[in-house]
Every structure is written in C-alpha cells, then in structure tokens.
Design a protein around this ligand. Structure first.
Ligand code: ADP
Length: 521
C-alpha cells in the first residue's frame, strides 16, 4: 500500500509538473484566484502581460490588475457568485481592460472558468492581449476612411458592381454625373443607367470581362448615360475586374465626364455650319450677276420661241398647210420646255447650294458632286473666259461626306483659281493653257484626293504661309475667309487641305477625304 501510495504521489507530482510547464508555455495569460479574489497562480504569459513577477502578485487581490472602476466592483461579483452560483462572466468570453504594473491600460479578451476544489470555489481567467488586434483594426479603419474619402471626393465618377452588374457602392461624382437627384443608385443594375442605344455594345464587353479570369481584366469605352432628368452624359468609362474576398468578383468602374466638351464641340460645329452657310450665301451674292445671266439666257430663248409660236398661229404672208404649222409649233413648244427645264435646273442647283441645315454626312459619290459644282462654277468661268477641265477618275470610291459642304470647298478653290488665272492678263501670255483650270480627282491609299490647278501667278512665299489664316487676303474686295472655311470643312471630314506651287507655274490646292468604311475595292 505504501509503495502504491508513493507511486501515486510521484505520478501526482509529475502531473503537477506537466501542468506547470503547460501553463508557462501558454501564449495566453492564466491567473487562478480563490473565492476571496486572491491570486494563487500567475503564469509566465501573465507576467509578460501585466509586467509583474509572480512573487509580487501571489496572495494579492486580483483587482490590482483592473483599472477603476472595475477594481472596486470585483469583490462584490465574487461574493455574489459564491452565494448564488450565477456567473455573469463565468463561461463567456468578453472584452475588458487590464492594468499593467506601469499604470497603463490595455484591451484584453477574458474567459473565466469556475471550479470547486474541496468545498472552495476557484476561478481561472485566461487572458489574450488585444492591443495588437485593436491597433490593426484602427489602422485598417483609418485606411478605409482615407480610401472612402478619396473615393467620395474624386472628381471622377466611380462605382463598384457585383458579378451580376448590380451597383454595390458609388461615389458622389458618379451620382452628380447622373443628376443631383440620383441618390440611391446602390442596388440598381449598372446597365440600366446606360443609354439604350449604347447597351447592346457594352453588355457583351462587360460579360466577357466578368468571364475573362486571368485574361483581359480591364476595358475602356466611350458611352452615354441617361441622367435622371432625361438628358445625356457623355463619358469615357474604364472598367476593371477585381477578385475580391473569398473569390467573389466585382467590377470597378471609373468614368470621366466629357459632356461639357461634347456640348462645346457640338456648339462649335453648329457655329462652323452657320459660318459656312453665310459663306455660301456670300459666294452666291458675288456670283449674282453671272447667275442672273445664266437664267436670263433660257428666259430670252423662251420668249423668242413664244414669239415664233404666236407668229405661226397668226399665219404668215405665205400660208402653210395646217400639218406643217402644227409641226413647227410642236418643235417650238419642245424648245420652250427644254429652256424652262434649263432655267429650272440652275435654280435647283442654287437652292441646293445655299440650303441651310445641320451638316449631315452620307455615303457620297464624288463624281456627281463634282459635276454639279463645275456647272455652278461655269456661271463664273464664262465671264472670266476660263475653261474648266475635268480630270475625274471614273473609279472613285464613295466617301462619307456632306455633299453641299464639299461642293462649297471645290467652288471656293475653283473661283480662286479662275480669279488667279484671269488676273494674269498683262504679260501677253494669253494662251488657252493659261486660261484653263483643272479639277482633278483620284484615289490614293484610303483617300480620295481632289486638286484644283491653275496657271495663274501663285502666292509669294509670305502669302503661301498665311493662305489658310482667317482674314488673310490679297484681293481688294476679298474677305480672306474662303480658304479657312475650306480648311475647317475638310478637317471636320477627317481630311487635310494644302497648297503647293504647280510645276511649270501656277498653283495647286488639294485636299483629301477618307474613303467611306467598306468603300475601298
Ligand atoms: P479671298 O478669296 O477672299 O481673298 P481666300 O481665303 O479664299 O479669301 O484666299 C486667301 C488668299 O489666298 C487670296 O486673297 C489669295 O491671295 C490667295 N489665293 C487663294 N487661291 C489662290 C490661287 N489659286 N492662286 C494664287 N493665290 C491664291
């Protein structure tokens, strides 16, 4: 029995040693107190946490490790537990404050367990220091607040959607972009905010982006949003795919609002169109006497044929058979109809040229446009005694253009060329070549090039530099706006205009127009 008892005693000592070792190895602080709150055990981690050595605290009341006011309450808690066995903290984790030896306070997580040894209740507290966790949480919260501020105050509209395209959050700039009353965009489907005409283009792009995985993870699109008041916002949208926490995917969108620039461009285009229209009217004004002459000719012819008809009906000195009279009358009436048609055509062409309307681009066949403009220019060419020679390739591909504006450019160039050609009369060089202006149109790589060539005295070096500057003119009654208007029209069509001296003397003004998409053979 003794031998057995001593074995049990050795085992007991071994277990106690193990428990001691375990307690000292624990990362958590462990404190054992008795029913009066006196400290009975204090492990190494507790020493580190509170800054006391074990011998300094053994037998002391545990309330020394608590800041006020909790230190005053603790003895009451213990007494109540001993009486009622109802623990408010026993068996649950809670966050409390610890008081270090140096007087500093730190947040800690405390789990309390109770057990009875003999008739005595004991309490064991396991303590985890939360200082680092709290520091990290505070740092994260600060960082998040900073990012939130950047997100909210960014001048660029930003939003986040879930994988199905529903808005999770958006910033103030995005809400402003969609109208000041646009609160509550969260939860809406992003695609529903996009202008209906732009949705079919955007939807597959976003779908591809969502499914792109490691491949393409961002894209940029110009598109329109429909504001809540029904107006349109023109934006450039950058969307990126982000793998957020736990594999959930979100799309992050940023949009730059180009509405103001878009509006300014639109207003500028309208102003340019108005300006070009005034220029066409002014060109017509300058051509008025030629036009009057052009219309007068068929009218005079009509009057002459009408006179002849009257004479035929009245019967001449030598009466003719009725059939012959009828034949002559029919010929005269046909001539009247032809001349009326000719006058009508001149008027139709003029009306088309001075018509006002928003510049509208359409697939245009330049052959017909150039033939029309040569007919208009012939009003002037006859009075200048100039021949307009056409060298127009029969295989011109279509261009995307406003035909009236292109006619305006060509007419301006032809009239300048005719003026330059007829101004050079005094040097005795009066051959037909000098009085010929050539209109050439040919196709080069991806563009149609139209050139107007003359044999007049070209601009001198100084003038050649300033030809396209508004209000530059060398003519007594010139406005100096023709070429600058030509330049803005051509550039608005995506082309270029320029001048070069012509080989053998004279000038060559030429411009290009891009071939319409799909127009190249
Ligand atoms: P404007 O005809 O009212 O002067 P433009 O802008 O059409 O205005 O032309 C500006 C100037 O360019 C003309 O005054 C003239 O000096 C020069 N210019 C234009 N075309 C020719 C040309 N074919 N030959 C010589 N000079 C030209």
């Amino acid at each position: 029995m003794r031998a057995q008892g001593s074995t049990r005693g050795t085992e007991g000592a071994l277990v106690a040693e193990h428990i001691e070792a375990i307690l000292d190895c624990m990362v958590e602080g462990v404190i054992l107190i008795d029913r009066s709150g006196l400290i009975r055990r204090f492990n190494r981690a507790a020493e580190r946490l509170f800054g006391y050595r074990v011998e300094e605290v053994l037998g002391c009341n545990v309330s020394m490790l608590m800041p006020a006011p909790w230190n005053r309450e603790h003895d009451h808690y213990l007494a109540r537990y001993s009486r009622t066995r109802e623990g408010r903290i026993v068996g649950i984790d809670r966050e409390v404050q610890g008081l270090r030896r140096d007087g500093s306070v730190f947040p800690m997580q405390l789990s309390v367990g109770a057990f009875d040894a003999g008739d005595e209740p004991f309490f064991v507290g396991v303590i985890r220091d939360l200082s680092e966790t709290r520091r990290m949480q505070a740092a994260l919260a600060t960082r998040e607040a900073q990012l939130r501020l950047m997100f909210d105050q960014a001048p660029v509209g930003a939003f986040v959607t879930d994988a199905r395209g529903f808005i999770l959050s958006c910033n103030a700039a995005f809400e402003r972009m969609l109208g000041s009353a646009a609160r509550g965009l969260t939860g809406k489907r992003h695609l529903d905010l996009v202008h209906a005409e732009d949705r079919p283009g955007l939807a597959p792009t976003l779908a591809a982006l969502r499914e792109s995985g490691a491949g393409r993870t961002r894209c940029t699109r110009d598109l329109r949003y429909l504001r809540l008041d029904g107006s349109v916002a023109h934006v450039q949208l950058h969307v990126g795919l982000v793998d957020a926490v736990e594999g959930a995917r979100v799309l992050i969108g940023q949009c730059i609002d180009h509405s103001a620039e878009h509006q300014a461009r639109k207003e500028l285009a309208a102003l340019q169109e108005q300006f070009a229209h005034v220029n066409r009217l002014s060109v017509m004004g300058e051509m008025a006497s030629g036009i009057a002459h052009e219309i007068n000719q068929p009218l005079t012819a009509i009057a002459a044929y009408a006179q002849a008809c009257r004479r035929l009906l009245a019967g001449g000195a030598a009466p003719q058979p009725a059939t012959a009279v009828a034949e002559d009358l029919s010929d005269a009436l046909e001539q009247i109809a032809l001349q009326a048609q000719r006058a009508g055509e001149v008027i139709r062409r003029l009306r088309g040229f001075v018509r006002r309307g928003e510049a509208s681009r359409a697939t245009t066949h330049l052959g017909e446009v150039l033939t029309g403009v040569v007919k208009l220019a012939e009003v002037d060419s006859r009075s200048h005694e100039i021949t307009i020679e056409r060298d127009i390739s029969p295989a011109l591909p279509p261009v995307l253009a406003d035909s009236v504006q292109i006619q305006q450019v060509v007419l301006n160039l032809l009239r300048n060329a005719m003026e330059a050609s007829s101004a050079r009369g005094s040097d005795g060089d009066d051959d037909a070549a000098r009085r010929t202006v050539t209109l050439r149109a040919e196709v080069l790589a991806g563009v149609v090039r139209i050139a107007v060539l003359d044999r007049g005295v070209g601009p001198d070096a100084d003038a050649a530099e300033r030809l396209f500057t508004p209000f530059f003119t060398t003519k007594r009654s010139g406005m100096g706006l023709g070429l600058s208007i030509c330049q803005s029209i051509v550039e608005a069509h995506g082309g270029r205009i320029g001048y070069r001296p012509r080989e053998g003397g004279g000038s060559c003004f030429e411009f290009t127009l891009p071939v319409a998409p799909g127009g190249e053979a």
